[in-house]
Design a protein around this ligand. Structure first.
Ligand code: PAF
Length: 300
């Protein structure tokens, strides 16, 4: 059966007891009912093309809540590259099959179209995330976090969850969303979950399906570099570690480094001088052809 968000009716479509909604009106009804019954509501926002990383977020949410809403929506306002948006995998039918392998009766899927979220005005709000938005991803994807903030705020308004789950692969996004919740005084608890990795160490990402098997093998270098950077962090200066990383990528014909940064975990500002009692993380973004991959590692 072919499914797309437009073909889902106003009412829930029942996939083996798992409810799938295309509109916020229908979704809100079922959420109101669950809340009236006193259910604790978890939320996992996604852009679909679900992989084991998403499934582990959803499993965490299922453990800690009575019901879990999973949204599947490729948000146009967070893409600053039209080709990236066009090529972003859209696999609703397969996503629903994967969700059915978890606890279908406890999961509610919200798979809206652009109009249900943006109501005719596809634009993003401008946020002040106190500088978090200008580092790393923000430098290379201007406006990206305004798009993320806009859609996550809308989704929170619609779903009104008690708990919301985000992966640490997008560590900067997680920091931005925690800031969003604090500046807008939203009553949702944000829970960060560890990065899920392939056996070769490659961080799981919806974009990985765009890589050939051979490219996936090469992409494992990203995590190897992060692990070595972590070892070096004990004894070497950040500038030396950066130089070493740049050199590793210069010697690789498949991967192109976009940035490598060692940053303060709270402010996300690049580390100048190592301070006591401060946590640092290494962040990386690299390309294989036009496929952009990001990853990060805690250094101390
Ligand atoms: O991490 C993602 O998949 C997206 O940025 C999110 C949080 C679902 C917003 O579109």
């Amino acid at each position: 059966m072919q499914i797309n968000a437009n073909s889902l009716s106003l009412q829930a479509v029942n996939f083996q007891k798992m409810k799938v909604f295309a509109t916020k009106i229908a979704l809100k009804n079922v959420i109101a009912q669950k809340k009236q019954e006193g259910s604790l509501l978890g939320f996992v926002p996604t852009m679909g093309a679900l992989h084991k990383g998403h499934l582990s977020l959803i499993q965490n949410a299922l453990k800690e809540n009575d019901s879990v809403v999973v949204s599947i929506f490729v948000n146009p306002t967070q893409f600053n590259n039209t080709l990236d948006l066009e090529h972003y995998p859209r696999t609703l039918e397969a996503d629903i099959d994967k969700l059915k392998t978890l606890s279908p009766s406890k999961i509610v899927v919200y798979a809206p179209n652009v109009n249900d979220i943006y109501e005719g005005a596809v634009s993003k709000e401008h946020f002040d995330f106190e500088g978090l938005e200008y580092q790393m991803e923000g430098k290379f994807r201007p406006g990206h976090f305004d798009g993320v903030g806009t859609v996550v705020q809308r989704l929170f308004e619609i779903v009104q969850p008690h708990n919301a789950y985000f992966g640490e692969k997008d560590f900067q996004q997680l920091a931005v969303i925690k800031k969003l919740v604090s500046i807008k005084k939203l009553s949702v608890k944000i829970i960060g979950c560890p990065i899920a990795r392939e056996q070769n160490g490659l961080a799981m990402s919806s974009r990985n399906v765009r890589l050939t098997e051979e490219e996936q093998k090469h992409a494992a270098m990203i995590y190897r570099v992060l692990q070595t950077a972590k070892e070096k962090f004990g004894t070497e200066q950040a500038t030396k570690i950066k130089e070493w990383v740049v050199h590793q990528f210069e010697n690789n014909s498949i991967l192109t480094l976009e940035y490598f940064e060692i940053s303060n975990e709270s402010t996300l500002e690049p580390m100048q001088k190592k301070q006591k009692n401060t946590k640092y993380r290494a962040f990386i973004a690299a390309y294989i052809r036009d496929v952009r991959l990001i990853d990060n590692i805690a250094l101390n």
